[in-house]
Write a protein that binds this ligand. Structure first.
Ligand SMILES: Cc1cc2nc3c(=O)[nH]c(=O)nc-3n(C[C@H](O)[C@H](O)[C@H](O)COP(=O)(O)OP(=O)(O)OC[C@H]3O[C@@H](n4cnc5c(N)ncnc54)[C@H](O)[C@@H]3O)c2cc1C
Length: 386
């Protein structure tokens, strides 16, 4: 094969792609803006589906991660001010778990460790990609590192920067819907054990999720309008826990402690058009979802898996050609649209406090609890995304 494939962004999705390719003997160069180890301390929780676990197992990474992962055996869905609620049990679907909760840092560290053992991977830290251009059968990436600028070329460049930096590239167009909501994230400890139950709760202000994380703790995602969320950041821990308890209810008793709180804006974003030869966009850079159903990262991992399969099946001359990129986009279309539609649907149906809608939603949750095929669909969507 010609020059190594270039991956811009060594976050969880870019690093997984690098490993998948290295496992099949494909040479890659990864450009990562952060210092080595900078992400290891990130406590932000990711909800991993069963399908994502399988991908990490195949890469030999899961056995190192398993001690840091908390299994979700039950998902409890409820709505504030309504008696309707629904429960999904892993055992009903003959699954060991409906998903797993893992910190971003633990996953980053395990992936980085596995990558150091791959001689065909050149992982360059503190390398900030600044421009991607193309000419003829190549794309070029210019990046800066320690005050110097370099340019490297490849028939295939993969943009996996999380949509954080290079979103204004020529030929890329995104469709974005700002929810006008922020997500507050933190970790809380409750009085009662979690029993591996993940809670999704819909309130008139927006959805919240409590994901079991570790022996006693929960990772919290609390969403709402910016003007609702911002003051929550400034409360004392005790005031914050009282307010949270009021919204969440008594299911796990009182809340005893909360870690550092931070918030960021939520949006739905997807690629509308790409006219960028020799460039493919994956992970959060390609689609950003509301975190309500923990879909984003799992869709990104499946992007990486599909692309790796296609690269391995392509001849050297086909790499990065329009037909290869079309085949990749076609392979991802339904899964991506499904994830975006599903999360947007949940946000819309449960978050608008329209008069009368609350009663309907309550009935909806009750029905949902008894109509098996709907639950089956939801479980397979959350577990495998297919
Ligand atoms: C509040 C919140 C909660 C979430 N909860 C969940 C959840 O429960 N479950 C779930 O599945 N998903 C969740 N997500 C989504 C999840 O965080 C993302 O899907 C995931 O991080 C995407 O990984 P990525 O590798 O594509 O991007 P990122 O994690 O953003 O990584 C991108 C990498 O690219 C690097 N980079 C950026 N620009 C450059 C550049 N110019 N040059 C070189 N390197 C660069 C960055 O340093 C970074 O390392 C959540 C998101 C939010 C906002």
């Amino acid at each position: 094969m010609s020059e190594p494939i270039i991956i811009v962004g060594g976050g969880p999705v870019g690093a997984t792609l690098a490993l998948l390719l290295a496992q099949r003997g494909v040479a890659v160069t990864v450009l990562e803006a952060r210092q080595q180890g900078a992400a290891y301390g990130e406590g932000r929780a990711l909800a991993l589906s069963h399908g994502s676990r399988r991908i990490l197992e195949k890469l030999g990474v899961w056995n190192k991660l398993a001690p840091h992962a908390t299994a979700i055996h039950t998902i409890h869905v409820s709505q504030k001010g309504s008696i309707g609620r629904s429960k999904l049990y892993a055992s009903d679907y003959m699954q060991e778990a409906l998903g797993y909760v893992l910190s971003y840092g633990a996953l980053s560290e395990a992936l980085a460790l596995a990558l150091t053992e791959k001689p065909t991977v050149n992982f360059i830290f503190e390398a900030i990609a600044e421009a991607i251009t193309h000419s003829g059968s190549q794309a070029s990436v210019s990046y800066s590192q320690a005050g110097e600028t370099y340019t490297i070329t490849s028939p295939l460049v993969v943009l996996a920067d999380g949509g954080r930096s290079l979103d204004a590239l020529f030929g890329l167009a995104r469709e974005t819907k700002e929810y006008g909501h922020d997500a507050l994230i933190s970790k809380v400890r409750a009085e009662l054990p979690h029993h591996n139950i993940a809670y999704e709760r819909f309130t008139p202000n927006g959805p919240m999720a409590l994901l079991p994380n570790g022996e006693r703790d929960f990772s919290l995602v609390w969403t709402g309008k910016k003007e609702y969320i911002t003051p929550l950041l400034a409360l004392s821990d005790a005031e914050f826990l009282t307010q949270f308890h009021q919204q969440f209810g008594d299911r796990v008793g009182r809340f005893l402690s909360v870690e550092k709180r931070m918030a960021f804006p939520l949006k739905l974003s997807q690629l509308k058009a790409t006219d960028t030869p020799h460039l493919v966009v994956i992970g959060n850079a390609a689609q950003t979802m509301h975190p309500v159903a923990g879909q984003g990262f799992n869709v990104g991992l499946r992007d990486a898996e599909s692309l790796a399969q296609l690269v391995v099946a392509s001849s050297a001359t086909a790499l990065g050609t329009a037909s290869m990129l079309d085949a990749y986009r076609a392979s991802r279309k339904n899964d991506t649209k499904g994830g975006l539609f599903f999360t947007d649907f949940l946000v819309n149906i449960f978050s608008n406090d329209v008069v009368g809608a609350s009663g309907l939603r309550s009935v909806g949750l009750g029905l949902f609890d008894i109509i098996k095929p709907i639950k089956q669909h939801l479980v397979s969507k959350m577990s495998f995304g297919k």
